[in-house]
Each structure stands twice: as structure tokens, then as C-alpha cells.
Design a protein around this ligand. Structure first.
Ligand code: PLP
Length: 427
């Protein structure tokens, strides 16, 4: 008899292209379906519980169904969900973001990371009166035309997308991550560059950290050349710390974009940045950006409650997540070494990823050299042992504030078993 997940997938395929609502959710032969999520755990449609390290691809920073967030949303439900006219809570939320994020002189709320980066690019083009965009190999900024060029995440495993006009993507230049000389050369050869958009920590090609001083170099090159610097903090915002990667690395971009951890699982995103750039947004300026659901009462309430919880316990939340992540990743490195498996484990704060390769992974081409077949077996073995990691080498694993010491012990044990089997597999 097929499992309930398999039966649901067979039904899904008939009405949903590929059976999933977003391509990264598919893997062979079919993904498990989830019936509920609480704290650090997911319960599947087949009544199996697993420890989650996907955590909404980084969105769930506090934990699934975090009580204070859920309580505040529940009480807002009785007071309305969508007003499409301003409310005090939007002002309060944007004031909080502005206080927490060093570059955020002004803030505009949107719904998704893609919307945030798309309008940040439009703003940069209007501000500089220039056309071209520089992005980095492996960075993912959303699924729309300007940035779907050498992108990471789900797009890392497909060559490119049909339907993206060459006329559009030809304005997007791609340079390697962690190569400031390459960036400088590209800007010098292309005087028409409006902006450089970067994931300050590359979390969509596995996890790749910026070399020491790299982000400072990117900042000074862009400043010298009058190019707008956009930090895409959709993953790092409110996860690396309350002030995101900008504060963590002490580098101030002109614009930063946020989503994921801003709402602990509710759909909300933000564009934040220097006032003289942000003021160009309509209606104060002539850069059009609009959305029916932007600033809706439910997402704003969830976000205020999420930021409230993060602010209240910032001295325990961030250190606790980092300590647990450091302890898991240190053990993984030791295990791999004991087993004589060539592995690299990159980690920062509450994020990590393991690559089956012997060389340092400091850019997308390094990540592509890792053994993806081994990674696939790692995924399968871990899932059998009740640990769910994103099913792709080109994603990042995330801890939340709800992960416990016991979760981490069980996770390390599951990796130990999985790595042992991978060493012994006759493949
Ligand atoms: C760094 C980054 N930017 C932008 C996006 C797009 O966000 P969304 O899926 O909310 O449109 C993502 C999504 O994973 C992301 O990781």
C-alpha cells in the first residue's frame, strides 16, 4: 500500500505542476507531506515526527507555531486582516526595523523576498540613471527575470529558465563571489552599472561565508564607482543578529532587503535603506511599487511579535542558536575526519552546510565540485533517522530558538550513522 505522502503526491501531480507549490520542495521519488509543525519538529502525513533543519528555508527563527507570535495573530484575527489603508502597527514595525538595522533610514513593507529585491533594483536604476545589475554566481534573489541568471537554490540545478528574455537578462552581469578584483574589473569595464546585489553570506549555494574583509572591499568599490550596494538579507536579516549581516560584519549597504525571519513564517518582507534613495518610491517619488497585501494586519502583527521576542531575549536567543550550531558542526567535522571522508562544513550563527569535497568551499564553483550523489544519500539516511535537512546540496540548514540540546544530540547521532554508511556504501 502506498504511504499517505505518496498517495497525496499522486493526487497533487494531477492538479499542481510537478505536484509541488515551489520547485525546491520536489525530490525523487516524492516528497513527504507535512500535517503539522511545532517547535523544532515537523509531523508528516504518515504520522512520523522529524527534527527540522529546513525551518521554512530559514524563515522560522523562533520555532514553528511560536506561542507569542501565534497568540498575537489570533487576537488580530478578530480585529480585521486587510485594511488597504494605513494602520499604526505598520508605523511601529517600520520604526522598529529602522532602529535595529543600521542602514534602514526608511522602510517599505512588501510581501516576499522576490518583491523586495526586484524593487530595490528598480530603485537603484532610477537613483543612478544607469541600467546594469551585477550579481554573484550562485546568489539567489528571487524567481523573476532580472536575477534568474546563474542563480542558486532550486535554480542551481537547472541550466536557465525558458521564458526569460535575453533583452532583460543581458543587463545582468555575473561575477564570482569572494573575488573583489573581479568585481572591480567588471564595474570598470561597464560604466552603466546601477547596482551590485549580494547575499552578504551566500546561503543559496549550500552555505558560503564572505572572506575576511571581502564585504568591506565590495562596499568601498561600489562607493568609489557610484554604484548602489544592495545587501539581500532575505536569509541573514534578523537571523545572524537583530541588525542582520550589515551589523554583524560592520558594513553599511545603501539598500537592504528582508523577508524570512522578519515574520517567523508569515509572509512579510521589507526594503530598507538610505532616505534619499527610498524617498524615490511612489507616492513621494516616481519609482512605482505597489501591492494589495503589503502591510496587511496579520503579517505585520506576526512580525511585530517576532521582532518583540527577538529583541526581548536577544542576549540568549542568538548566542544559544550559535552555540548549538557550533557544537553540531564541530562534531560533524570530527566525525568526517575520523571516518576519513573528505568533507567541508561551513557554518555561521545558526546556519550550516556540509559539502562532500576536500577543498575549501568559498564560491559557487567550489560548491559545484562537491559530490552531490553522496549528499543525496546523506539526505535519505538522515530522514530515515528522523532528521530533515533541505533536500539539496545548494541549500542551507537552519537551527531555531526552539531546537534543544536533545535535538542536537539526536541530530549528531543521525549524521554519525549516515556518514558511516556513506563511507561503507559500495557505490
Ligand atoms: C537571499 C534570498 N533572496 C530572495 C529570495 C526570494 O524570496 P521569496 O521566495 O520570498 O520571494 C530568497 C528565497 O529563498 C533568498 O534566499
Amino acid at each position: 500500500m502506498p504511504s499517505r505522502s505518496e498517495a497525496l503526491f499522486n493526487r497533487a501531480k494531477k492538479v499542481i505542476p510537478g505536484g509541488v507549490s515551489s520547485p525546491v520542495r520536489f525530490y525523487e521519488p516524492f516528497p513527504f507531506f507535512v500535517s503539522s509543525a511545532l517547535g523544532s519538529k515537523l509531523t508528516t502525513a504518515d504520522h512520523k515526527t522529524c527534527i527540522d533543519y529546513c525551518m521554512g528555508y530559514g524563515a522560522i527563527v523562533l520555532g514553528h507555531s511560536y506561542p507569542s507570535v501565534i497568540d498575537s495573530v489570533r487576537s488580530q484575527l478578530d480585529k480585521g486582516t486587510l485594511f488597504c489603508t494605513p494602520s499604526e502597527k505598520e508605523v511601529l514595525l517600520c520604526e522598529s526595523i529602522s532602529k535595529l538595522v543600521p542602514c534602514a533610514e526608511m522602510v517599505r513593507l512588501v510581501n516576499t523576498g522576490s518583491e523586495a529585491t526586484m524593487h530595490a533594483i528598480r530603485l537603484s536604476r532610477a537613483f543612478t540613471k544607469k541600467k546594469k545589475v551585477i550579481k554573484f554566481d550562485g546568489c539567489y534573489h528571487g524567481a523573476y527575470d532580472y536575477v534568474l541568471v546563474k542563480a542558486g537554490s532550486g535554480a542551481a540545478t537547472v541550466p536557465s529558465s525558458e521564458g526569460v528574455l535575453e533583452e532583460t537578462s543581458s543587463h545582468t552581469l555575473v561575477v564570482p563571489y569572494n573575488d573583489s578584483a573581479g568585481l572591480e574589473r567588471t564595474i570598470e569595464r561597464n560604466p552603466d552599472v546601477a547596482c551590485v546585489i549580494i547575499e552578504p553570506v551566500l546561503a543559496n549555494m549550500g552555505l558560503i561565508l564572505p572572506d575576511r574583509n571581502y564585504l568591506n572591499e565590495v562596499r568601498s568599490i561600489t562607493r568609489q564607482k557610484d554604484v548602489v550596494l544592495i545587501f539581500d538579507e532575505v536569509v541573514t536579516g534578523f537571523r545572524l543578529g537583530l541588525g542582520g549581516a550589515g551589523e554583524f560584519f560592520g558594513v553599511k549597504p545603501d539598500i537592504a532587503t528582508f523577508a524570512k525571519a522578519l515574520g517567523n513564517g508569515f509572509p512579510i518582507a521589507a526594503i530598507a535603506g538610505r532616505a534619499e534613495i527610498m524617498q524615490q518610491l511612489s507616492p513621494s517619488g516616481s519609482v512605482y511599487q505597489a501591492s494589495t497585501f503589503a502591510g496587511n494586519a496579520i503579517s505585520v502583527t506576526a512580525s511585530m511579535s517576532c521582532l518583540g521576542a527577538l529583541m526581548e531575549a536577544k542576549n540568549s536567543i542568538y548566542p544559544q542558536m550559535s552555540r548549538m550550531c557550533d557544537s553540531v558542526t564541530a562534531t560533524l567535522r570530527d566525525e568526517a575526519e575520523d571516518l576519513k571522508l573528505n568533507c567541508v562544513v561551513n557554518s555561521i550563527g545558526s546556519m550550516y552546510q556540509l559539502f562532500f569535497t576536500s577543498d575549501k568551499v568559498r564560491d559557487a564553483s567550489g560548491a559545484r565540485k562537491s559530490d552531490q550523489a553522496k549528499f543525496r544519500r546523506l539526505y535519505d539516511y538522515l530522514l530515515k533517522d528522523g532528521v530533515f535537512i533541505p533536500p539539496s546540496q545548494f541549500e542551507t540548514c537552519f537551527l531555531s530558538y526552539s531546537h534543544s540540546e536533545d535535538d542536537c544530540d539526536r541530530t549528531v547521532e543521525a549524521y554519525r550513522n549516515a556518514l558511516g554508511k556513506i563511507r561503507d556504501d559500495k557505490v
